[in-house]
Write a protein that binds this ligand. Structure first.
Ligand SMILES: Cc1cc2nc3c(=O)[nH]c(=O)nc-3n(C[C@H](O)[C@H](O)[C@H](O)COP(=O)(O)OP(=O)(O)OC[C@H]3O[C@@H](n4cnc5c(N)ncnc54)[C@H](O)[C@@H]3O)c2cc1C
Length: 424
């Protein structure tokens, strides 16, 4: 059967899945092996492309539920009205143009012993190796009162898209003088500095548009990423407007009441005009179905190959993976994707993958012209990825505003570069 790759991409989910049911199309003569990648985000799309680069004989199929990817990095700027959601959205045309079969469908199950993935319409995709990069799933109900209906009133906005716009609209609709409350979860969760960047940019919005308002951040932790830098910037930029309440000061939210937008802690009740609840999370749902998530809800992996410690021939990258000291970030997912692709190509060719060195850099905006960053280098150690002491670091504590402004420009450049690499 002859399949035009771009035509394949344009097919609807059912049709695409049905085509995929028949023997997978082979795009290079003498294709060595079949790799299926589930999840076309920062990890999955990067991995699919890196696999094709590592060995063009590998037939790579990318299974993604949505026709368009909506990126979380910089989505906090959308919430603060500084950016449009369309600037966050990317299609899979260039990915398909690399010779990757893009199947628009939800992967529902994995038969690890039989090496196949089942799609929503029942179609099965056989594989030699499978890579899962499904991102996160909200742990509905883990925070009492917070279910999908509650998220329509108290948005999490931790999966970019409609939730991002809902939170923005709620802020825009709020009268000046209202109280905005953000609740931040305990570790681990997607994007450790994310809640604090969000608090900063919402504070910026309030300061410039609704200066009589207040922002309360209720936290389930006593410490957080880039804390000293954030707190110094808050003292400088948002005094009296933004208040952070740590775990030990009563910040842990124990339940919510969506109808009254109330967040309950051990120390009291906070009624919000706008409430952004960032709830506990776990690996994307397919990880559970594939049997690669452990009791923590996340996926233990071998740090050299990213192969699951629970199922052979299944690799897990990105937010879903337990990557030790490496944070759950787009940069980390991209870095892991390349390492995993190289390892998978080597394993399929009968070789032994070499020990990788991975990097991560995370920029955060405290205001549109005020950026801060953290960077790290990670190597396999004791079955996990460990931080290489002294190899990373954070922005200097004392720095002129010009340095912060330069980092804000770098943050934007970082976003353009990574999205260009993954989707462009
Ligand atoms: C507010 C916010 C700000 C952030 N800022 C930054 C930042 O500045 N820098 C940074 O590095 N990181 C940032 N992040 C983190 C970053 O978004 C994630 O770490 C990154 O997206 C993880 O990549 P991933 O591939 O694991 O998951 P994702 O990028 O979420 O991709 C998962 C994909 O899998 C698909 N999928 C899931 N299940 C299935 C299935 N069963 N079948 C088919 N498709 C499926 C989804 O539709 C999705 O497209 C931020 C996150 C948030 C929430």
């Amino acid at each position: 059967m002859k399949v035009d790759r771009r035509g394949f991409l344009r097919l609807g989910a059912t049709a695409a899945a049905s085509v995929a049911l028949s023997p997978l199309p082979t795009f290079a003569q003498g294709a060595a092996s079949r790799v299926v990648v589930v999840g076309g985000g920062f990890g999955g799309a990067s991995c699919a492309r890196a696999l094709r680069q590592a060995d063009p004989r590998i037939a790579v199929t990318l299974v993604e539920a949505n026709p368009t990817f909506t990126a979380c990095p910089f989505s906090n700027a959308v919430i603060a009205g500084l950016r449009q959601l369309t600037a966050q959205q990317f299609t899979y045309e260039r990915v398909a143009a690399d010779g990757i079969t893009v199947v628009r469908a939800q992967a529902m199950a994995v038969d690890a012993p039989g090496r196949s993935v089942t799609l929503a319409d029942g179609a099965r995709l056989p594989y030699d190796r499978l890579v899962l990069s499904p991102g996160i799933e909200i742990r509905w109900g883990a925070l009492p009162g917070y279910d999908e209906a509650a998220a329509a009133l108290m948005p999490h906005a931790w999966l970019a898209g409609e939730q991002t716009l809902l939170l923005r609209r709620q802020l825009e609709a709020m009268d000046d003088g209202g109280v905005v409350v953000i609740s931040a979860p305990a570790n681990p969760f997607r994007c450790p500095p994310g809640p604090y960047e969000r608090a900063s940019l919402i504070a910026y919005y309030l300061k410039t548009k609704k200066p009589k308002s207040k922002l309360l951040v209720l936290d389930a932790k006593d410490t957080f990423s880039k804390q000293k830098l954030f707190q110094a910037a808050w003292a400088e930029l948002y005094p009296g407007l933004l208040e952070w309440v740590s775990l030990s000061k009563g910040g842990n939210v124990t339940s919510v009441d969506a109808a009254t937008r109330t967040l309950v802690t051990d120390f009291g009740r906070h009624q919000a005009k706008v409430a952004n609840v960032i709830p506990p999370q776990k690996a994307g749902r397919i990880a559970d179905a594939a049997g690669v998530a452990d009791r923590s809800g996340w996926c233990p992996i071998d740090p050299v190959t990213f192969e699951s410690k629970l199922q052979p021939n299944v690799h897990v990258i990105g937010d879903s993976a337990i990557a030790g000291a490496m944070p759950k970030s787009a940069f980390a997912a991209n870095s892991q994707a390349k390492t995993c692709a190289a390892a998978v190509a080597t394993l399929l060719a009968g070789g032994t993958p070499s020990t990788p060195k991975l990097i991560n850099t995370c920029y955060s905006l405290v205001a549109p012209d005020y950026g801060i960053s953290v960077a790290g280098v990670y190597v396999p150690s004791g079955g996990l990825l460990a931080d290489v002491a002294g190899a990373g670091g954070v922005s200097p504590a004392e720095a002129p505003r010009a340095t912060r402004a330069a980092e804000a420009v770098l943050a934007e450049a970082w976003f353009r570069t990574i999205t260009g690499e993954v989707f462009g």
